[in-house]
Design a protein around this ligand. Structure first.
Ligand SMILES: NC(=O)C1=CN([C@@H]2O[C@H](COP(=O)(O)OP(=O)(O)OC[C@H]3O[C@@H](n4cnc5c(N)ncnc54)[C@H](O)[C@@H]3O)[C@@H](O)[C@H]2O)C=CC1
Ligand SMILES: O=C(O)C(=O)COP(=O)(O)O
Length: 397
């Protein structure tokens, strides 16, 4: 077996090294890849070959991937939850400090001084009053989206002495456990924004979050507030932000997504989408994605897919595994097992899971599966894809 993995972005070598080269060919240009690994490359207008059986996003956000199209084709899309969350948190904290102390303005002031010796010292002392800042303890921070990144930001800000509130109607039990006890629950986005001097956004870009921060909501924030957006540009109405800055209502907009309008504005701090760009985050994300892709391609297990159910079944000894992906509709398991029975295949183990419109069966059969049986499975109405992985289990006695 040789599997072809196409990379659409630079992916950490420590991650790609998890794909043994006797089994995997990895390249940025190739025809008919079995899987694609990417970071922020935009796949929406890409012609995705029919050979692709998985897409791995070495990071969190999947808004650059045509999820519906992939689900219709029966292709799982994986991401790496939490792998880069600490990196983003550190940049958000930096953003709060940059804005609280006007560090960039102060740095620029010093860079532009031309005097020397005692004159320089005098100018430094005379100029510094323009850059007086505020301290973070006691200041209010509202975090919208308490996922992997948001919880890290909320907890770290609380540890710095800030009064933190959060809003996330879909918070997972795991993230609720991770959240520091002192983080208050906001009742709505409006409630959160009206009580926060700093607001940090940590929601995915989906239809429901596009334009989440608009002119009306910016008006709710206290005068002199700071908005931080390390999620996605489209979550914030940029024109409304610029208007609020011009009116002197918003003090700073700190964001990871530059645009022509934002660039050069003296109270916009915009970074080149740097949130996840650390050695650690790049390694973590690539390692997680490479391991998850291997588990899917070689064993049929699904971990951390955004469009497929979690499905993990240890291989049965001496068994041959078939993976069937189908539309989530009645009587599919019955038809799958009947088709196998017609070919005298005895099922040793079976796992069936579903999520939304998709269902997946992992079937361990006690002997090699005949092509005729696989063809019959593929012909069942509603079946999107059949993969035969062969003998993947341990050999028993
Ligand atoms: N700047 C950068 O380099 C990076 C940016 N990101 C962005 O940050 C986003 C969040 O990342 P993670 O925390 O890892 O994702 P996550 O999936 O762990 O957390 C997202 C949270 O947002 C919540 N949410 C969704 N819609 C909401 C709404 N309307 N109101 C309130 N909460 C809502 C979800 O329930 C979930 O708990 C990513 O989707 C990505 O767009 C993530 C990593 C790096
Ligand atoms: O993980 C995410 O959602 C990010 O935005 C990070 O993007 P990147 O991998 O740095 O292109």
């Amino acid at each position: 077996m040789s599997l072809k993995i196409q990379t659409l972005n630079n992916i950490s070598a420590r991650g790609l090294d998890r794909l043994p080269r006797d089994l995997y060919e990895v390249a940025s240009e190739m025809s008919e890849p079995d899987a694609i690994i990417l970071r922020s490359a935009n796949m929406h207008n890409m012609d995705i070959p029919a050979s692709v059986r998985a897409i791995g996003r070495a990071g969190a956000g999947v808004n650059n991937i045509p999820l519906d199209k992939m689900t219709e084709r029966g292709v799982p899309v994986f991401n790496a939850p939490g792998a880069n969350a600490n990196a983003v948190k550190e940049l958000v904290l930096s953003g709060m400090l940059l804005s609280a102390r006007n560090i960039l303005g102060a740095w620029k002031y010093v860079e532009e001084l031309t005097s020397t010796g005692e004159d320089l010292k005098k100018e430094v002392e005379a100029g510094k009053k323009k850059f007086k800042g505020v301290e973070l303890p006691g200041r209010t921070l509202g975090v919208i989206g308490l996922g992997a990144v948001g919880v890290n930001v909320a907890n770290a800000a609380q540890a710095l002495g800030m009064a933190v509130s959060g809003f996330d109607p879909g918070i997972t039990i795991n993230n609720a456990w991770r959240l520091s006890a002192g983080v208050a629950e906001a009742l709505s986005v409006d409630d959160l924004m009206s009580g926060s001097e700093f607001v940090s956004l940590h929601v995915p870009l989906v239809d429901g979050t596009r334009g989440l921060v608009n002119a009306d909501r910016l008006k709710l924030m206290p005068k002199g507030a700071v908005l931080l957006n390390f999620s996605r540009a489209e979550i914030v109405d940029e024109d409304a932000v610029l208007e609020s800055l011009a009116e002197g209502h918003l003090k700073y907009y700190v964001c990871d997504f530059p645009s022509e309008k934002l660039r050069g504005h003296e109270r916009v701090i915009t970074l080149p989408h740097l949130g996840a760009s650390t050695d650690e985050a790049e390694d973590n994300s690539a390692i997680m994605i490479a391991d998850q892709l291997r588990d899917w391609l070689e064993v049929g297990n699904i971990r951390n897919s955004v469009n497929f159910p979690e499905a993990i079944m240890p291989p049965t000894a001496n068994a041959h595994r078939v993976v069937v992906i189908n539309k989530n509709q009645p009587n599919m398991v019955g038809q799958i097992t009947s088709a196998l029975a017609r070919h005298n295949h005895n099922i040793a183990d079976l796992l069936n899971k579903s999520k939304g419109e998709i269902a997946l069966s992992l079937v361990d059969v006690d002997a090699e599966v005949a092509q005729g049986a696989l063809d019959e499975l593929a012909a069942i109405s509603g079946v999107l894809c059949v993969r035969y992985l062969g003998a993947i289990g341990p050999k028993a006695g």
